[in-house]
Design a protein. Structure first.
Length: 327
């Protein structure tokens, strides 16, 4: 029993393409063969030979392509007419709704596409700010990837907020404590600007006056969410405040995290991830390190604790107490 030919009537399947190719090569195919690919008849690629009804002949590929493309264009035009009709139908309804609801004032989450549009939205929101900007910058690649003009624009808009009496608080990873681009930024700012660092931070976040937040919506940051929903913005602000209290000051006055029992803060952060079972690559990514540097820290940690294997290192970390809260 022949299986049903399961695809749309406007599509050409592999079986149909193969039979059409055969018909073009031989000039014709038997009519019963078309039962294997009825799409050929649906699309008009084969036609019955008037003199020999048992045979089907192919139409010229150029003519076939033109006709199929014309069909696509007609469907697109029909969809556009439908779109215009729906827009015209709903336009007066939205006008009625705007008079009886607070739709225009309802907080929303918008999607911003393209880095230029994202930066323009941030600049516009910051130009209206009067109190503060809270930022999380997980790595310096974002800054280093900007052109000199883009960095100057960002610096000017930040300085304008400081000049209006606002403040800026930024969280970085510990790996950026000595990054020239980051340090240069704060050397140029005048006003209430502070920076702190953590071993791990969230993805990029910008909070302006605790009323609007911007977060990435895809890995390469060409999409962003502009959030003006008070509950979500408040949640993000609270999360930032808690991370800020846990962070180590970097600017205007740097504080060096203490070394305890011969274990550096970086090694303690690595130890915590090792105990969780993460690979060297994951540890490096989480802490903003390259994998070679991460492995050097792991080797030093192992030497300090006297470990001879990865399995033993996890045991010694747990026994050492370096991850205890009181440490």
């Amino acid at each position: 029993m022949t299986e049903p030919h399961a695809h749309g009537t406007q599509e050409l399947c592999e079986a149909g393409l193969s039979l059409y190719t055969q018909a073009l090569s031989q000039g014709r195919v038997r009519a019963e063969k078309a039962a294997e690919a009825p799409c050929l008849l649906d699309l008009g690629l084969l036609y019955a030979d008037p003199g020999e009804p048992r045979w089907l002949r192919p139409i010229a590929p150029a003519f076939a392509l033109h006709r199929l493309l014309r069909g696509v264009e007609d469907r697109i035009a029909a969809e556009r007419r439908r779109e215009e009709g729906l827009a015209a139908m709903f336009e007066p309804l939205m006008d009625i709704d705007s008079r009886h609801s607070a739709m225009a004032e309802t907080p929303v989450i918008g999607v911003l596409s393209g880095k230029q549009r994202i930066n323009d939205a941030i600049t516009k929101a910051l130009a209206q700010a009067t109190r503060e900007m809270l930022c999380v910058q997980p790595h310096s690649q974002y800054v280093s990837s900007q052109s000199g003009t883009a960095q100057a624009i960002a610096l000017d808009r930040d300085q304008a907020l400081l000049d209006r009496g606002g403040r800026i608080r930024t969280l970085y990873q510990h790996t950026q404590r000595h990054t020239p681009l980051v340090l240069a930024r704060y050397e140029q700012l005048r006003g209430d600007a502070e920076a702190r660092t953590l071993d791990e931070v969230t993805d990029r976040l910008i909070l302006i006056d605790r009323t609007v937040a911007f977060i990435p919506a895809n890995p390469d940051r060409t999409l962003a969410l502009e959030i003006r929903q008070p509950a979500i913005v408040g949640f993000l602000a609270t999360a930032f405040d808690r991370l800020w209290r846990l962070a180590t000051p970097m600017y205007p006055e740097a504080v060096q995290p203490p070394t305890l029992n011969g274990i550096t803060p970086r090694q303690r952060a690595i130890a915590a991830l090792l105990v969780e079972g993460h690979t060297d690559a994951v540890i490096a990514a989480r802490l903003g390190l390259n994998i070679r540097t991460a492995r050097e820290h792991i080797a030093k940690l192992a030497a300090t604790l006297g470990s001879e294997s990865r399995a033993q290192l996890g045991y010694l970390i747990g026994r050492s107490g370096i991850l205890d809260r009181e440490s």
